[in-house]
Design a protein. Structure first.
Length: 139
């Protein structure tokens, strides 16, 4: 069964001086202030599309890797994933680095790296962002 999820943004003003608010409409669990400064200069007290993409990618990747490990008979006790989305004004999103560590009893480091790479290529968010170069670091 397919699902549809919705987020909304209300924006006022120009790109450079304006600001807005993005709401996670389907779940209703959060709303975020957004403005250009947060996009061009990270850490300005508001979020931006790239940070939201990073959150979606880290979550999706963790889910895909967890599922793959369990299907292959080596379920993870825990996984920690960071997604770093690079943005260059005038160019757009230029790359994504996924950093993952995990506690997977009975799995060698090489096998973990292989399954981590599989998840990087196959999680739905990775596939949706197929045109963006991605790197993977096992930490």
């Amino acid at each position: 069964m397919a699902t549809t999820n919705t987020a909304t943004t209300h924006w006022e003003g120009t790109l450079m001086e304006g600001q807005g608010r993005t709401e996670l409409a389907t779940s209703g669990v959060a709303g975020f202030d957004v403005k250009w400064a947060a996009r061009a200069e990270a850490g300005q007290g508001t979020t931006n599309p790239e940070e939201l993409i990073a959150a979606a990618h880290a979550t999706c990747y963790s889910m895909a890797l967890s599922n793959k490990l369990a299907q292959d008979g080596t379920p993870a006790t825990s996984l920690d994933t960071a997604a770093e989305v690079s943005f260059q004004p005038g160019q757009g999103i230029t790359g994504i680095t996924l950093k993952v560590s995990g506690d997977v009893p009975g799995l060698s480091a090489d096998d973990f790296a292989e399954k981590a790479e599989w998840a990087k290529e196959n999680c739905p968010v990775s596939q949706a962002l197929a045109s963006v170069p991605k790197t993977l670091e096992i930490v």
